[in-house]
Design a binder for this molecule. Sequence first.
Ligand SMILES: Nc1ncnc2c1ncn2[C@@H]1O[C@H](COP(=O)(O)OP(=O)(O)OP(=O)(O)O)[C@@H](O)[C@H]1O
Ligand SMILES: [Mg+2]
Length: 324
Amino acid sequence: MTTTTYDRLTERAGAPAFGQDALIVCDSLVRIYQSEGIEVQALQGLDLLVDEGELVAIVGASGSGKSTLLSVLSGLDVPTAGRVRVGPWDLMAMTGAQRVAYRRQMVGFVWQQTARNLVPYLSAAENVALPQALAGVGRRERGLRAAELLDLLGIGYCADRRPGQMSGGEQQRAAIAVALATSPRVLFADEPTGELDTATSDEVLEGLRMVNRELGTTVVVVTHDPSVSEHVQRTVAIRDGRTSSEVVRRTHTADDGTEHVVAEELAVMDRAGRVQLPQEYREALDLVGRVRLALEASHVSVWPDRPRVTPAPEQARTDEEGSR
Ligand SMILES: Nc1ncnc2c1ncn2[C@@H]1O[C@H](COP(=O)(O)OP(=O)(O)OP(=O)(O)O)[C@@H](O)[C@H]1O
Ligand SMILES: [Mg+2]
């Protein structure tokens, strides 16, 4: 494994690298788009760590930067600033040839548009064989791998069908098989269920879960669907180009030995100490602009910056008498 620029920069600083043990590291990512003189900050200092073998969902409103993040991670786009590493690959410092190698060897993709994922005049099995043929895999092995992947995703019966003869959900599961054809370490999926109804999208999410569990592939899936956190261990929410909160599902064992899954939403603090307070909290206490912070023994409290209420003289006297 070569030492990346990322490693060298952090080593020089003498500090342990941020996310040293993680497979995917996004460190203060910024992506600014310039269009017709207008500047759009799609990513505004986004931090994200994903460990090898994780299945992570990314949720967020339209325009929050999810696709931008996935384009960066899949090597299609280069951020304006920050650092991004996937395995040994420093995505900020890759040459064109390295970028091609990264996309062929390290990562697989599934897009929202079913038509973008599959070649329409090839059968499902031929679609899965195609990337393997490009990678120089022999005919027999290609066929075996295609059958194995289609079976794993529960669509072995579609092997000889062309995309037009398959349902949307079957096509997306075939697309997952194609993305995995050359055994990438990471699978990225941008809204793979965006064009599907709830029942069908559950099948596709279950397919991703199966791939993660059976093949050990690290999976990062972007979705609009907030119910995705019921399917995955960890859901990361992006707001305004930054990771704002995470829902973590943990299995909790009660005193009587019964197991419950507990889902907890946690805010994410970046390394500069910034945390995003949920809108409903801010509105409930009218928190805007300056706020007062107080360090308590076990937590930090946030107060609105209102003039301290000084008791009226009459009231103060009664209080004093009362306390005597
Ligand atoms: N090529 C581009 N040129 C200019 N602005 C862009 C470009 N791509 C994205 N943007 C802007 O960047 C912001 C983030 O876009 P992005 O596509 O990442 O959002 P998203 O979270 O994927 O949204 P959606 O859920 O609608 O897919 C948006 O304001 C978008 O308009
Ligand atoms: Mg998008």
